[in-house]
Design a protein around this ligand. Structure first.
Ligand code: GLC
Length: 713
């Protein structure tokens, strides 16, 4: 296949031919500016380092000038974790997290989030974001669930491709485009015990069936870079897994960009994974496996130069890596304009804040409503309770200027942002209602906890909005949680509020699904906001008052108890069901809330589902049977009824969103492909096996929500 990059490869080869060994190896080094400091960073720039990370604004411009003054003047590329907006910059637009964005199921929303983020990153003079994250959150004890698009490979791939297109635009050398980075390749979220960076006990067949398909969509979307995961697959660290990095990623999937390792992966081969005697061996293993750029393990430089000089590492390996890097640098026009210009003045502008608000609004997911929502005009006193209702840091969550590049809890929050408390107060006032707030308690027990005052404040209210969740000290890399129940005294406070017998709405402002227990099962309504970003509080308030009609659908299942996980929906069938089909002696098998679930202030009905295996066309009639307009996400699942390897009880293969006015009916047609019904057999081949299948179409992954039809292929 003629490479799309032919011209850029030729340009890169011309430059490569002029480079010394030292200059080539330096091009593979990515320097952590925040860790090494300005002087050392400038020394690396003069040595010809290829990239720096976590450097902003004028510091970046100074590094670039130093790099461009070297013998060959090869510009550096600056990478940053702009994973939910350019949120490490405190003047940028802080979007909801990827997990919240996934609740929208909307490719256009994801694309727009990417576009706005790219514009702001480029305006900061930077070139590259370490995003999107394509790991699957199948075990929600993991600390980084908030960074994922949820548990499902299909939805993850669709939204990842969309955000990549947003980041990269029509052309990498566009002033407002940046490089995307598909991470972490792969199955990093599948580590045993959900313990970050540990081994994923999967086979290559399982990888091909579940974890690789989203990355294939990233390649097909033209993603310019990939990031090698920390972990290992069945005992082989991804960093040294040439089968994954070369045979699968490049030869099978056709990836033409460059691969960067995750933080210190090379050194971890020695210190954490014990597969390399020393730095030299680690450098050789990492280079030979197909890592083109080495993140932060700057010792790679000396080792690689020495290894080539001593004939222990073929210089062709270095040449191939550097060619991949220079090709992308040529493709993004870096030699012509080393510094991105972006759109000056766009940080936090109205257009961008509107985009963030749209994302937050569409992410709001209503999981229970016994009629208390939307808050009625007759409600004249509203009590808002809970620390997370008024804590912008908790509402932001991870990967913002509070948490990275170094944790900075003292960083003063920069407006504009709206907490849930502020959002409710503003709308209550506009509706002639009063709003009282009491902190009560938060996710971490503290001296500020004061349950009696919160209960006292809630007395006499017409409705209580109780906000529960987690805080950033419980979230992120290396912060996995064994106990997913509401921490601190949150459940205790819920029970005291419940005892008031006042309509009680629980709002989840958290990084991930928590085992909410009574706070969900005993509430009159449950609203999930996850981490809504700067506009999150406004969106929650608009949903509570019915200014918007919630349309979010869960991209991830909620466990009843930590002991249940993993509870993802697309499990293989099992048996030995105990009494009442319970899988556990002490708990139901089913999650508290399932993938695809989400209510509306209206109701939808499905009928007349058909599927023609010849034309591969599915069709269903969807009606809005309620009194207000709503957005419905029509979901399409399938099951292979008899297969040579066991296959999931259902798998999402398509979805379509449809706006419906009250009383309106639409016929929704969805075109499928034969390969949508494929499995990966024991020879690791993706095939469609002849036989009987079931197609399921409906409102969520719950059996009760699905119309089914059997057919043969
Ligand atoms: C971190 C993360 C990765 C991030 C990188 C650079 O440790 O694992 O997701 O992009 O290092 O910050």
């Amino acid at each position: 296949m003629e490479s799309k990059n032919a011209a850029y490869i030729a340009r890169a080869k011309e430059i490569l031919a002029q480079m010394t060994l030292e200059e080539k190896v330096a091009q593979m080094v990515q320097v952590p500016y925040a860790m090494v400091g300005r002087e050392e960073a400038l020394r690396w720039a003069k040595l010809g380092a290829g990239s720096f990370l976590h450097v902003l604004g004028d510091d970046a411009r100074e590094v670039q000038q130093a790099a461009c003054s070297t013998r060959l003047g090869i510009p550096v590329i600056f990478g940053i974790d702009a994973v939910r907006g350019h949120a490490l910059n405190d003047h940028a637009t802080v979007f909801p997290t990827q997990l919240a964005c996934a609740c929208t199921w909307d490719r256009e929303i994801a694309r727009e989030m990417g576009r706005v983020t790219a514009r702001e990153v480029a305006t900061d003079g930077l070139h590259w974001t370490f995003s999107p994250l394509l790991c699957l959150s199948r075990d929600t004890r993991w600390g980084r669930v908030n960074e994922t698009f949820g548990e499902d490979p299909y939805l993850t791939g669709e939204l990842a491709a969309a955000i990549i297109e947003g980041y990269q635009g029509d052309s990498l050398d566009d002033e407002e485009s940046i490089l995307a980075c598909a991470k972490h390749y792969y199955a990093y979220g599948e580590a045993v015990g959900a313990r970050d960076a540990c081994d994923s006990e999967i086979t290559y067949r399982k990888a091909r069936e579940v974890f690789l398909p989203p990355f294939k969509k990233a390649v097909d979307a033209g993603c310019a870079s990939f990031m090698t995961a920390y972990g290992s697959i069945d005992g082989t660290p991804l960093t040294i897994d040439r089968h994954s990095l070369k045979d699968i990623l490049r030869d099978e999937m056709g990836f033409e960009g460059f691969v960067v390792t995750d933080w210190d992966n090379m050194s971890s081969l020695v210190k954490q994974q014990f597969v390399a005697e020393d730095t030299d061996e680690a450098a050789r293993l990492a280079a030979e496996a197909g890592n083109d750029m080495i993140m932060t393990s700057v010792a790679f430089y000396d080792s690689a130069v020495k290894l080539v000089r001593e004939g222990r590492l073929d210089e062709a390996v270095i040449d191939e890596a550097v060619l991949h890097i220079l090709t992308i640098k040529a493709k993004m026009g870096l030699f012509e304009h080393p510094e991105k210009k972006g759109r000056p003045g766009c940080f936090g502008c109205a257009e961008h804040m509107d985009a963030a608000l749209r994302t937050a609004q569409r992410s709001i997911t209503l999981l229970r409503n016994d009629g208390v929502l939307p808050i009625a005009p007759s409600c004249k006193k509203i009590a808002v309770i809970g620390a997370n209702a008024d804590d912008v840091r908790a509402q932001y969550g991870d990967w913002t200027y509070f948490t990275h590049p170094l944790p900075d809890p003292d960083h003063v929050p920069v407006r504009p942002y709206t907490t849930i408390r502020e959002g409710v107060e503003e709308l209550a006032k506009a509706k002639g209602a009063s709003c009282v707030y009491a902190r009560g308690c938060g996710p971490i027990a503290s001296d500020e906890d004061d349950l009696p005052s919160a209960v006292e404040a809630a007395k006499g209210a017409d409705v209580i909005v109780y906000v529960v969740g987690d805080v950033v000290s419980q979230v992120g890399e290396g912060k996995d949680r064994a106990d997913l129940s509401l921490s601190g005294r949150q459940t205790e406070l819920f029970r005291q509020l419940r005892a008031l017998n006042i309509p009680l709405v629980t709002v989840l402002c958290a990084s991930k699904p928590l085992a909410m227990g009574d706070a969900a099962e005993q509430a009159d309504a449950v609203v999930v906001a996850f981490n809504g970003g700067a506009t999150g509080g406004k969106a929650v308030a608009q949903a509570l008052f019915g200014e918007i009609n919630p349309s979010g659908r869960l991209p991830i299942s909620f466990p009843r108890h930590s002991g249940q996980v993993p509870v993802y929906y697309n499990q293989l069938p099992g048996w030995h069901k105990l009494v009442d089909k319970q899988k556990y002696c002490d708990l139901p098998e089913t999650p508290l809330y399932v993938f695809g679930e989400g209510l509306s202030y209206t109701d939808f009905a499905y009928e007349n589902m058909t599927f023609d295996p010849q034309t591969m066309k599915a069709s269903v009639q969807v009606s809005n049977t309620g009194a207000r307009a709503g957005l419905e996400t029509v979901q399409v699942y399938f099951r292979d009824l008899v297969s040579s390897v066991m296959t999931p009880v259902k798998n999402l293969i398509a979805y379509k969103q449809v706006e419906l006015a009250p009383g309106e009916t639409k016929t929704v047609e969805i075109k499928l492909e034969r390969m949508d019904f494929a499995l990966v057999n024991r020879r690791e081949e993706r095939v469609v096996e002849p036989g009987e299948f079931m197609l399921m179409v409906g409102h969520s992954s719950k059996d009760a929500d699905l119309l089914t039809v059997k057919f043969a292929l």
